[in-house]
Design a protein. Structure first.
Length: 441
């Protein structure tokens, strides 16, 4: 069937929607589909009809017509009256297989699955392209905040140089609370779990895996190169202490878990850096004021300059907003015969290891309280070609501490310096090493 014939066939008939998963986000998506039928019809240009919802437990009570529920997602995806599949199951399997089968059948797919998109975007995008289907995933990064569409459409004619942000609400809530109250990490993590900000197993959040998946997606889109989660350098926040946050204040900084993607030229070769780690940022940096469970992403491009996107980064209703926006776009395309942007990897830039990235370091150490220690430490930094920007000495006797902030240098040199300092007789313990971002130095 020609594209014109498909448009003629689609014109006037409803667009069938299948939803896979009915957790917090899925429940909000379904509610909007049921309650806002008239609005959606006006926006799409045709009636949008919910064909079914795939769930794990049919016995569980849900506020939906039970005839729409099924525990067989594959059968739902395969129905002839389903045009758009909304995947909200999460994880890799069975989500990957279900999405691939939908795309191969020419059905458009909406997903909020960052782990899947970070690992298998190439195969999924290829299936979408081969079968003239849409693949939208705005909700996979930063919840309700529109980031994917501006990168793929609004800035399509510009060159993006850097994308940096706070893209995990759980870790931002923890660090914000530690900063405000002076509480320890373990205590705030417990509180975050009680408030519903942290999962029963918070590993994906606090160890940076969630943020790394999102960084991979952002880097791939921004730099037209395929970047996977395994390419992203990652550190979590589990070693951050209340003392780190208090010390950061003395340098007019706070600590945030940052996802940073940037285009770099190293030895004359253009490359991509994608990394996630806790870092000091100055209080006057726009990301420093992003607190609680909120997210923010700053995009820097050649022509548009600096753009900031801020808002709710997680939660049922905010994430459902992004899902519904994608669904309306996909449904419109079904009605009008258009297609969304395809994956763009023409630049194919290599991902550079963290060793080659120039960073600044904050190093806090417990030292022997005797003359000449500062000179010895400074000499070790100089031996590795790392210039010191600031030094702070605190305490005396058994509580003697030394804090060093460096200028920019390749990360390998910074790391080698720290390893050498740890071996010095006059340094009792290096108890904190963080990077410093958001400065021109």
């Amino acid at each position: 069937m020609t594209e014109q014939a498909e448009m003629a066939e689609q014109a006037g008939r409803p667009v069938g929607i299948a939803v896979l998963g009915m957790g917090n986000v899925g429940t909000e998506v379904v509610r909007n589909l049921v309650e806002k039928t008239n609005d959606l019809r006006s926006r799409v240009g045709a009636t949008v009809e919910l064909r079914g919802v795939a769930v794990r437990d049919l016995a569980r009570a849900r506020d939906i017509d039970s005839s729409l529920l099924t525990d067989d997602p594959q059968s739902l995806v395969g129905r002839d009256d389903v045009d758009v599949v909304v995947e909200l199951i999460g994880g890799i399997e069975p989500a990957r297989t279900l999405i691939l089968n939908a795309l191969k059948a020419g059905k458009s797919v909406i997903t909020a699955n960052k782990a899947l998109m970070a690992a298998h975007a190439g195969a999924l995008s290829a299936a979408a392209a081969a079968n003239h289907a849409d693949l939208y995933f705005e909700a996979a990064v930063a919840g309700a905040i529109p980031v994917i569409r501006p990168l793929t459409q609004s800035l399509a004619g510009d060159s993006v140089n850097r994308v940096a942000g706070i893209v995990n609400g759980t870790t931002n809530y923890i660090l914000s609370a530690m900063d405000e109250t002076g509480a320890d990490y373990a205590d705030v993590l417990t509180e975050a779990g009680e408030l519903g900000y942290a999962e029963a197993d918070p590993t994906a959040d606090v160890e940076g895996y969630d943020a790394a998946s999102k960084a991979a997606i952002l880097a791939s889109i921004a730099f037209h190169s395929r970047v996977t989660a395994s390419d992203v350098y990652r550190e979590g926040i589990t070693e951050i202490t209340a003392e780190d946050l208090q010390a950061a204040k003395k340098f007019d900084c706070t600590v945030k878990l940052l996802s940073i993607c940037e285009r770099l030229t190293i030895d004359g070769v253009e490359k991509v850096s994608a990394r996630v780690y806790p870092a000091l940022i100055p209080h006057d940096h726009p990301l420093a004021t992003v607190n609680g469970a909120f997210n923010a992403v700053v995009v820097e491009s050649e022509n548009a300059g600096r753009l900031m996107f801020y808002g709710q980064g997680a939660g049922g209703a905010p994430t459902a907003s992004a899902v519904l926006g994608d669904m309306v776009m996909a449904a419109r395309n079904r009605v009008n015969g258009g297609r969304g942007p395809l994956e763009s990897t023409y630049a194919n830039l290599p991902v550079t290891p963290i060793d080659d990235v120039e960073t600044r370091y904050y190093v806090a150490m417990k030292v022997a309280d005797k003359a000449g220690v500062l000179e010895q430490v400074a000499a070790e930094f100089a031996n590795h070609g790392v210039s010191i920007s600031a030094v702070r000495q605190e305490g005396a006797g058994e509580n003697a501490r030394l804090i060093v902030v460096t200028h920019r240098a390749p990360d390998r040199d910074q790391s080698a310096t720290v390893r050498a300092i740890e071996e010095m007789d006059s340094v009792i313990k290096v108890y904190s090493v963080l990077r410093l971002e958001g400065t021109d130095d």
